[in-house]
Design a protein around this ligand. Structure first.
Ligand SMILES: [Zn+2]
Ligand SMILES: [Zn+2]
Length: 106
């Protein structure tokens, strides 16, 4: 979730914390290796626990929520030019989430 989403969640639980405090806590989490920062859109960083197993994300272009996807695509190495070595990959799927897709359909 993004810092803003976390901040709103904390405020709903009537905890009075400033947004700057939330940002600081998230940055410390990244520094300590407990969180990873994921930038799915330029300028919009989300954070998730570092101990999640390998997964990818779906970004809804309508409500801008991000969803975790299980599993992965195999044999991405086949895309590599000869002599290249891959050390990792990121895959971002985007479109409409189920809520938004059903709204769009009427
Ligand atoms: Zn959506
Ligand atoms: Zn993957």
């Amino acid at each position: 979730m993004s810092a803003n989403e976390l901040w709103e969640l904390l405020r709903e639980e009537s905890q009075s914390v400033g947004l700057a405090t939330v940002y600081r806590a998230l940055r410390r989490g990244v520094e300590e290796g407990r969180l990873v920062a994921v930038e799915l859109q330029a300028g919009s960083v989300r954070y998730e626990p570092a101990n999640l197993k390998h997964h990818h994300h779906f970004l809804c272009s309508r409500c801008e929520r991000a969803f975790d996807l299980d599993g992965c695509v195999r044999q991405l190495e086949r895309l590599l030019p000869a002599g290249f070595r891959m050390s990792g990959h990121e895959i971002l799927l985007f479109g409409n989430c189920a809520d938004c897709a059903s709204e769009e359909g009427g």
